[in-house]
Design a protein around this ligand. Structure first.
Ligand code: ATP
Length: 755
């Protein structure tokens, strides 16, 4: 179902544009009065923040994937074609089929290369770490380039390196091959998962991801037998080489299929569901890992899922080992019996998945919060089942009680993928998945493993499981259940982002000539837990100068930082020339022509004027011609500086230093120039010189956003003005009109009128 676009049932509370939105702090006598005033002002700020922060929640049937017609798995697969699904799942299964090579063959490899136990243990550990570490670069790539190519190339590399591991002539080569294989293996996980989300309808995601997970888990469980079987057939001396060589080959073959996968448009099912149409972005700007992570960690559902699943991950690495150790020590189980126990547990997961996955999909269609709660609820029975299991008198009962416990945990893990995919902005799915696995595996599983080892060593495996596993399942389950209350809000964010994109798309289609140079739409920004920008939005036309005015602490500098990429908004979009720039790094923005002149001292005091300019020209070091051109331009504009090139910057006057700082920014040839506090603390005559420079820049076609404390200066320089108060836009319009708004103008004058 696709939702019609029309008036939206918003519940965001807009603050009325009245004078009393900016209450003055009462002036009292003495320190006590001042303290009371500050406390009162702080309380007011918090109340204001709580009010302004209220969420936008869309009606359920406007959320992506909610209220849609039920789909069978077959129908879902038909929508995206079988090739994508079969290739991703087969590669995941083949990847896991070789997963036990190193561990199973460790003694043979140790003997073949005459190394010690510690060396082979180190190689096994390093190879596992590479898999997790590889997730981040692969996830980052998956958000930038065609995912089918990542799967293809990473698969080929993985297949080759697996095969090469079997041909290694010394331990260093084997180590390098496993190191590379670990990183390459992350490619299919990191790119396959977002590709599935974009290739198949939202209504079958639970089933798709669980099939992927189930296939990988099954072949992973079979891996030791397959590896040991091939090695045995291969003979005593070089038998260990054969599993690598043989298992690498099918990976190579299936990786070749990946190149034939059609690259699904990013976010297409969210767009179809919310907008009824698919928008494609031509030449998207590259996403920065830092900005993507910052945004993702601000999504409450993701935060809860990450904490919840990391807690669950505490027994991920060690649960199996401790179970087997207990079976051996306590029940004196034979190797065969332990093998049976392991296989039966694996089979229990395969029995549980076909029930829970469609259930998740069904719940998600009607109520995403309940779908998320289901995952948390899957964990809670473990809180009771684990103690019962670990006090069973014999191994059969130990195994039987362990079946539902293990299956339910695994089912919850299998569902991380669809849950994360639903709330992550579609541009960030690769990094979103990678970040989740880093947390779950590194912080959860590794920390849990260390604690388990410690407790198992000090006491016994049962104490380790009960002391770590039980609280971990309780905390994990409850965190996920608690997090379910935020999923509607986070899905609503997905909807508002998509609607904003559609509006922009339509606008660009109807009026391509008038795409603004800079757009800031619906930006929320927080420093830690303190939100300082609320739904801030404005546009700047090409060649226009916009003044940002406002009271102290209103958020003017912060919005400039958001535009320059020095802060990632929790919500909202920044566009440059109509292209989304929200998640682009500050360096990249610089390359696209966005430059910030920050407030305060912006020069290197101990260096000369020339050296400062040379520093600024560093980026142009490869083009002497361009460098000379910029020097000539800047020195012509700042003739006073031209005559002081050998003078130390620290010995210049405040005004000259401000000129030099501006000159340094201009060395970068900006298209959009952001200036924070242009005139602060400068003498009127210097300010007049600066204004003349700005006039020239305007004449040269630069788009300028300038933060100004002084209304007079803003009026002198700007075409339009935006007035911010307590993080909200209170006025947008011609600068002259702002001067006529007594209520707002007074706030500036009462703040710091300098000009
Ligand atoms: N790095 C930071 N960490 C925490 N809070 C910050 C940080 N920088 C600014 N703030 C807070 O964010 C709010 C907005 O600050 P910002 O500097 O953007 O305001 P401004 O309008 O530029 O104010 P001013 O004109 O006084 O510089 C203020 O309450 C400020 O105290």
């Amino acid at each position: 179902m696709s939702a019609p676009i029309g008036p939206l049932p918003l519940t965001r509370n807009k603050v009325a544009q009245t004078e009393d939105a900016a209450p003055a702090v009462p002036i009292r006598a003495g320190a006590a009065g001042l303290a009371a005033g500050v406390i009162e002002a702080e309380a007011e700020r918090e109340a204001f923040q709580a009010q302004a922060k209220r969420e936008v929640i869309f009606a359920d049937d406007l959320l992506p994937g909610v209220g849609e017609e039920p789909l069978t798995l077959r129908q879902g697969l038909a929508a995206g074609g079988l090739l994508t699904f079969t290739t991703v799942v087969t590669l995941a299964a083949l990847d896991e089929l070789e997963s036990a090579t190193l561990t199973t063959l460790a003694p043979n490899i140790r003997d073949a290369f005459h190394i010690g136990n510690s060396a082979i243990t180190f190689i096994v550990a390093a190879a596992s770490a590479c898999l997790v570490l590889g997730a981040i670069p692969m996830g980052w790539l998956a958000d930038r380039v065609r995912r089918s190519r990542i799967i293809g190339w990473a698969g080929l590399a993985f297949g080759l390196l697996v095969t090469a591991s079997g041909l290694a002539t010394n331990i260093l080569l084997l180590f390098l091959a496993r190191f590379g294989a670990g990183i390459a293996k992350a490619g299919n996980n990191a790119a396959g998962s977002p590709l599935l989300a974009d290739s198949y309808p939202i209504g079958v995601r639970g089933r798709l991801y669980t099939t992927l997970y189930g296939a990988a888990r099954t072949t992973g469980a079979l891996s030791p037998i397959v590896v040991a079987g091939i090695a045995t057939l291969g003979g005593e001396a070089s038998g260990w080489r054969w599993p690598f060589v043989i298992l690498g080959l099918p990976i190579l073959v299936f990786s070749a299929f990946a190149f034939r996968i059609r690259e699904a448009p990013r976010g297409q099912y969210e767009m179809k569901s919310v907008l009824g149409d698919v928008l494609t972005e031509i030449d998207p700007m590259p996403i920065s890992l830092e900005a993507a992570s910052a945004r993702l960690m601000r999504i409450r559902t993701i935060r809860s899922a990450i904490i919840g699943f990391s807690a669950l991950g505490f027994t991920l690495f060690t649960g199996g080992v401790l179970t087997n150790l207990w079976g051996d020590d306590h029940f004196h189980m034979t190797t065969f019996q332990r093998g049976v126990m392991g296989s039966v547990s694996g089979a229990a997961l395969l029995v549980a998945l076909p029930f829970v996955a469609p259930w998740y999909d069904r719940l998600y269609r009607t109520d995403p919060a309940r779908a998320m709660r289901l995952l948390g609820l899957c964990m809670l029975p473990n809180v009771v089942l684990l103690p019962v299991q670990w006090f069973m008198p014999n191994w059969i009962l130990f195994m039987l009680v362990g079946l539902p416990a293990g299956a339910l945990s695994s089912v919850a893990f299998a569902m991380i993928g669809p849950l994360v995919a639903s709330v992550v902005p579609y541009r960030l799915r690769g990094v979103g998945g990678a970040l989740t696995s880093i947390y779950v595996f590194f912080f959860g599983a590794t920390l849990g493993a260390l604690l388990s080892v410690l407790l198992a060593d000090l006491y016994d495996p049962r104490v380790a499981i009960l002391a770590i596993g039980v609280p971990a399942k309780l905390v994990g389950g409850l965190m996920i259940i608690r997090g379910s209350s935020s999923i509607r809000g986070d899905l609503s964010l997905v909807v508002s982002d998509l609607r904003d994109e559609l509006a922009e798309h339509e606008r660009q289609a109807t009026d391509p000539e008038n795409v603004p140079a800079l757009q800031v739409h619906g930006v929320d920004f927080s420093y830690g837990q303190v939100q300082v920008l609320f739904d801030v939005g404005f546009e700047v036309k090409r060649g226009e100068t916009l003044a940002l005015l406002g009271t102290n602490g209103a958020g003017k500098s912060t919005i400039l930082k958001v535009i320059a990429g020095l802060g990632t908004p929790t919500r909202g979009t920044v566009r440059l020339g109509g292209r989304t720039m929200t998640f682009v790094s500050p360096e990249q923005r610089g390359r696209y022509g966005v430059h910030l002149l920050p407030g305060g001292k912006g020069v290197f005091a101990s260096m000369t004027v020339r050296e400062n300019l040379e520093m600024a020209a560093f980026r142009l070091r490869r083009s002497q011609e361009e460098r000379d051109r910029r020097f000539a331009y800047v020195l012509a504009m700042f003739s006073d500086l031209a005559g002081r090139q050998s003078q130390r910057a620290g010995s210049l006057s405040g005004g000259q230093q401000q000129m030099l700082a501006l000159a340094m920014v201009l060395m970068h040839d900006p298209e959009v120039l952001l200036i924070d506090e242009l005139s602060l603390g400068l003498a009127p005559v210097v300010v007049a010189d600066l204004l003349a420079v700005l006039e020239r820049l305007k004449a040269d076609g630069l788009t300028i956003v300038v933060v100004e404390q002084s209304l007079n200066i803003a009026l002198a320089v700007a075409d339009r003005a935006v007035f911010l108060e307590k993080g909200q836009v209170r006025f947008t319009g011609p600068a002259r009109e702002l001067a006529e708004r007594d209520d707002l103008a007074r706030a500036v004058f009462l703040g710091a009128e300098g000009g």
